[in-house]
Design a binder for this molecule. Sequence first.
Ligand SMILES: NC(=O)c1ccc[n+]([C@@H]2O[C@H](COP(=O)([O-])OP(=O)(O)OC[C@H]3O[C@@H](n4cnc5c(N)ncnc54)[C@H](OP(=O)(O)O)[C@@H]3O)[C@@H](O)[C@H]2O)c1
Length: 251
Amino acid sequence: MRTVVITGGTRGIGGALADRLRQAGDRVVAIGSADADLTSIRQTAALTNRLPDKIDVLVLAAGRFDKRRIVTDEGFEQTFAISVLSRYLLAERLRPALERAEAPLILNLCGTGGIRAGRINWNDLQLADGYSLFRATMQGARANDLLGAGFAAAHPESRIRYVLYNPLFVDSGMHRQFRQPTRAIVGASAALFGQSTDASAALLSALLAQPPSAPLTALRRRAPVPLTRPEFDSSAAARLYTLLAELTGAH
Ligand SMILES: NC(=O)c1ccc[n+]([C@@H]2O[C@H](COP(=O)([O-])OP(=O)(O)OC[C@H]3O[C@@H](n4cnc5c(N)ncnc54)[C@H](OP(=O)(O)O)[C@@H]3O)[C@@H](O)[C@H]2O)c1
């Protein structure tokens, strides 16, 4: 029986995956905002102390988005806090528990190999100037590519495989986080063009049954994304990794 920890496992894609894996007999620990507020470094760190000491699969699927710039009590822009800081911290802090498993895997649901518009705003990571939902989401997508590259480079001896996975457009209910009129537009588009959460979870469950063997893999659904793309630049990954160690270490 595998132990699978899923952040964002209470709803949407993560919720559907949690249901599917439980039915298949896995032990699933699903984390939602009532279990820990992953926009908080302090709560994310505390959560890692409550999780099992052997973890086969860590799925990073928690996300929160807002049209307004929201700053956490710890001084971070919310999107950056949940999609970058918490994912960095969870992967690093849960590494010992993952290393105890036979074939450990981190599955990071993100916008890998996605829209070229996304970029890291190195001089203003918290987007104090010119925040927009799009900029914050795209910066998060690019940062997650670098998180995967950074993890693989920082732990070359590790048995943990890291998979960056873009589910593409899924009718997950994520649009409920948005305000009108974005909420109505995204909701209607997702219902028309999005994949169902069940179908998305079925693809993920098949991936977990036959995971890639490379230390780092990037996928857009089933299609591999070449790691030679600029999104995975090793010096940018090292730069971000160093920055995140400093930011999370100070808390
Ligand atoms: N849906 C898509 O089309 C799509 C496309 C590309 C990438 N993705 C990525 O895939 C992942 C899952 O997306 P989704 O559409 O399934 O999202 P979703 O339906 O909005 O679900 C978000 C999940 O994150 C949790 N969450 C939100 N804020 C949290 C917080 N502060 N602390 C802890 N947990 C929190 C929610 O828990 P509660 O319910 O307890 O608040 C929920 O389980 C996200 O990272 C997203 O960026 C999605």
